[in-house]
Design a binder for this molecule. Structure first.
Ligand code: PLP
Length: 375
């Protein structure tokens, strides 16, 4: 065993004393903490993946298609069909999860001496990937109800003049969708201040009541929409994320991407999954219904719940959210403490998983009211 600690190593100063991204991966019966789709891939798709991967295996002595042309073509077709805006291969770029897409964007448009802003609480990886790429991080404001206060956000952009602006819609961990007018206002503010790149993270858009923001790409070369197959597509283990933008943005990220970053096995698997898009997205409606059930049952119990457009629900409020998290875990249900004071987040699972969660939080509420009565 080594007694050397990370901080004893000659690491970059800005990494000293920091912790890695860490949703706990605990082995409990009901895991509702990372916004995964609870349904395994259907068997015909598993067969198709095996077929496609077998074919790809025969060519593994060669490097993969560096430009992932077939995959990007199919992703563009999917976005065109569902996003209300026509896109082609030239508009789309793919990488190992949308996290890698975001990293490539920050390597290209951020970096040392530059900065990025997000409106928090939001997806913690935006700040972490900024740090990892040497990009300064600015924590922008949100209202009490977790919507973006446009005037306050415009002021923050004008003051800090960030190079990259992150807008997550629907937002994680709050579930809040962002209206097109808000994105347009922040885009204008960001162009007036710098100009800078505006990244709309649509990881959960398939679960939203609101249509995709893809049509906003028209005439806005500094706007990017990022997507993932990790949530609605139920393929978090695949690691496939992608972006849609002006072809110039796609050309720009190629300046930093590692050559052959997307393996032939990944490309083959993603292509097989896209052949089964309708089956995969078939679970989305069911998950939306379960999400709405979580919202209404939690409210009926007396919890506060943020309106959700995603496959998860933010609920509270707790005087001590960490101890509430632990009490729910003690009943065999893992939810997420995102560090938003007073609030926890639960992912919509199968009906049985959601029932187990609802039983756990009902017991918590009963204990709480007993305590209040005896106090
Ligand atoms: C889950 C999530 C992602 C997905 O990341 P992948 O790397 O594609 O798995 C991206 N953005 C947000 C806001 C998320 O919550």
């Amino acid at each position: 065993m080594s007694s050397v600690r990370i901080d004893d190593l000659p690491i970059r100063d800005e990494l000293r004393g920091k912790s890695p991204y860490g949703a706990p991966q605990l082995d409990v019966p009901v895991q509702l903490n990372t916004n995964e789709n609870p349904y395994p891939l259907p068997e015909p798709l598993v067969e198709r993946i095996a077929e496609r991967v077998r074919e790809a295996a025969r060519g593994l002595n060669r490097y993969p298609d560096r430009d992932a042309v077939e995959l990007r073509t199919e992703l563009a077709r999917y976005l065109t069909r569902t996003g209300g805006y026509p896109l082609t291969l030239a508009n789309v770029w793919a990488a190992n999860g949308s996290n890698e897409v975001l990293q490539q964007l920050l390597q290209t448009f951020g970096g040392p001496g530059r900065s990025a802003i997000g409106f928090e609480p939001s997806y913690s990886m935006h700040a972490l990937i900024s740090r990892g790429t040497g990009t300064g991080w600015i924590s922008g404001p949100r209202r009490e109800d977790f919507t973006i206060d446009v005037a306050a956000a415009e002021r923050a952009i004008a003051e800090h003049r960030p190079d990259v602006v992150f807008i997550t819609s629907p937002n994680n961990p709050t579930g809040t969708a962002v209206e097109a007018e808000t994105v347009l206002a922040l885009y204008e503010a960001a162009q007036a201040a710098k100009p800078s790149l505006v990244v709309v993270d649509e990881a959960y858009v398939e679960f939203s009541h609101q249509p995709s923001l893809l049509p906003l790409l028209e005439g806005r070369p500094n706007l990017v929409v990022s997507r993932t197959m990790s949530k609605a597509f139920g393929a978090a283990g695949l690691r496939l994320g992608y972006l849609a933008a002006d072809p110039a943005v796609v050309d720009a990220v190629q300046l930093v991407r590692l050559p052959y970053h997307l393996s032939a096995v990944t490309q083959a698997t993603a292509l097989a999954a896209l052949e089964h898009t309708d089956t995969l997205l078939g679970y989305v409606d069911q998950l939306k219904k379960e999400r709405d059930r979580l919202v209404s049952e939690l409210r009926a119990m007396g919890y506060e719940v943020t309106d959700s457009d995603a496959n998860f629900v933010q609920f509270g409020r707790f005087d001590d959210s960490h101890s509430a998290w632990q009490q729910i875990l003690d009943r065999g249900v893992l939810v997420r403490d995102n560090g938003v004071p007073g609030w926890l987040r639960v992912t919509a699972g199968t009906p049985a998983e959601n029932d187990a969660f609802l039983d756990a939080v009902r017991a918590l509420m009963t204990e709480r009211s007993k305590k209040e009565q005896s106090a």
